[in-house]
Design a protein around this ligand. Structure first.
Ligand code: COS
Length: 392
């Protein structure tokens, strides 16, 4: 059920206040300590942020994609590590079960993911498998009432905190590509599941990433998401279609915040006897940044509404993710430039947000993968229109 306009406005305003009053003032502390304060996580739980996208029947807020985007525009204004804390529960760490899980799997996991009691993580990437997601090497061998998992997953966001992993593993070694992959809901703490040490990253301190290692890890057969083998790659792609819209919304929010920072600095800083905001070369940067952010907002909302209407938005989500992540990179770079020497100094936020924003062009599919998805869809459309076969 879509929220009525008044509730929606209130929700967005509440989140904006939370970001301004509770999150932005703690950015330096989180970046310094590389830890998320317990009181912030508790407040996020209380506000229902872990369950934004999970259906109300399972204790979530059950937001539509458009509503989620509006909320994430606001949340995206804080340093991205804050959003990362609950984002896997809203997106890639819950949606495998939410979209394709059996009713037992949904009942078992979604309420605890929605409340934030359980952190969900998405385990697709491997040391040898990144963009080529169909060539997963982790194996899941059926053995009676169990599957036995072997392999390593790499750079898994929130893995150090996770209680539940959505794991893509090959159940059919005879099918080399996507069709041999299945998705599993794997609980943390099962024997044979180990974690690597948290990685040291370029940015987003406070968000944690590590390897997940399966060494003869035995899980019950009913952990197979949806109960059907060979569907795991498609589950992952559906999860990522939604995830990419969420990321695009986060990029948009961050760009809008950075534009505010850029202007606040430029009206206060004087050179040549005038605020630097009065110089036209800088004004071009403000204008380009504003147009960039507005375009991303429009792109995200259009794709979100179309997803809510039941359309296939793979291509639109790829366009939104590609544009918004590249866009926030440009805006973050201009902000460093506007700040001049101060843009390179840790005590100002410009350099942190520049480093933080860099990840958006990489995870949940690089810009180059988004381009591939868009081009493939366009070529398929053109072939359908012209009646051309796939290959002459
Ligand atoms: N939704 C549902 N099904 C989808 C789909 C989608 N968005 N995209 C593809 N599929 C289906 C296809 O229809 C096809 O099904 P059939 O075999 O029944 O025809 C199957 O999945 C394989 O699709 P395809 O041949 O297009 O797969 P490719 O191996 O060419 O891979 C890309 C496509 C490159 C787009 C995919 O591997 C990808 O997204 N890679 C990036 C992964 C990523 O984002 N990694 C980041 C880590 S997660 S943080």
């Amino acid at each position: 059920m879509p929220l009525d306009p008044e509730t929606r406005t209130q929700l967005v305003a509440t989140i904006r206040r939370f970001v301004d009053e509770r999150l932005i003032p703690r950015e330096a502390e989180v970046a310094e300590t590389d830890a998320m304060p317990a009181d912030i996580v508790a407040a996020m739980r209380e506000m229902g942020l872990f369950g934004l996208s999970i259906a109300e029947d399972y204790g979530g807020l059950g937001l539509s994609m458009e509503e989620e985007a509006l909320v994430v525009f606001e949340l995206g204004r804080a340093a991205p590590a804050f959003r990362s804390m609950f984002a896997t529960n809203v997106g890639i760490g819950s949606q495998g079960v939410a979209i394709d899980g059996t009713s037992e799997q949904k009942a078992r996991y979604l309420p605890r993911l929605a409340s934030g009691e359980l952190i969900g993580s998405f385990a697709l990437t491997e040391p040898e498998v990144g963009s080529d997601a169909g060539s997963v090497r982790t194996t899941a061998r059926r053995d009676g009432d169990s599957y036995v998992l072997n392999g390593t997953k790499r750079f898994i966001t929130n893995a150090p905190h996770a209680g539940l992993f959505t794991v893509m593993a090959r159940t059919n070694p005879d099918i080399k590509g996507a069709g041999g992959v299945s998705a599993f809901a794997v609980e943390a703490g099962v024997p044979g599941l180990g974690l690597g040490k948290p990685e040291r990253k370029m940015g987003q301190q406070g968000a944690h990433v590590c390897d997940v290692i399966f060494d003869n890890c035995r899980i019950p057969a009913d952990a197979l998401i949806g109960g059907v083998e060979g569907q795991g790659f498609k589950t992952a792609m559906k999860v990522l279609d939604k995830g990419r819209l969420h990321i695009a919304a986060a990029c948009t929010g961050l760009a809008e915040r950075i534009i505010d920072d850029m202007l606040a600095y430029a009206v206060g800083r004087t050179q040549f006897g005038r605020p630097i905001a009065e110089f036209q070369l800088l004004q071009a940067m403000f204008a380009d940044s504003k147009a960039d952010a507005l375009a991303a907002r429009a792109l995200v909302l259009d794709a979100a509404r179309r997803r809510d209407a039941g359309e296939d938005v793979s291509m639109a989500a790829a366009c939104a993710k590609m544009f918004a992540s590249e866009m926030v990179g440009r805006v973050a770079d201009r902000n460093v430039q506007v700040h001049g020497g101060a843009g390179y100094i840790r005590d100002y936020r410009a350099e942190q947000l520049f480093r933080d924003a860099r990840l958006f062009r990489i995870y949940e599919g690089t810009t180059q993968i988004q381009q591939t998805i868009i081009a493939k869809a366009l070529i398929a459309e053109a072939r359908a229109k012209t009646g051309q076969r796939d290959r002459p």
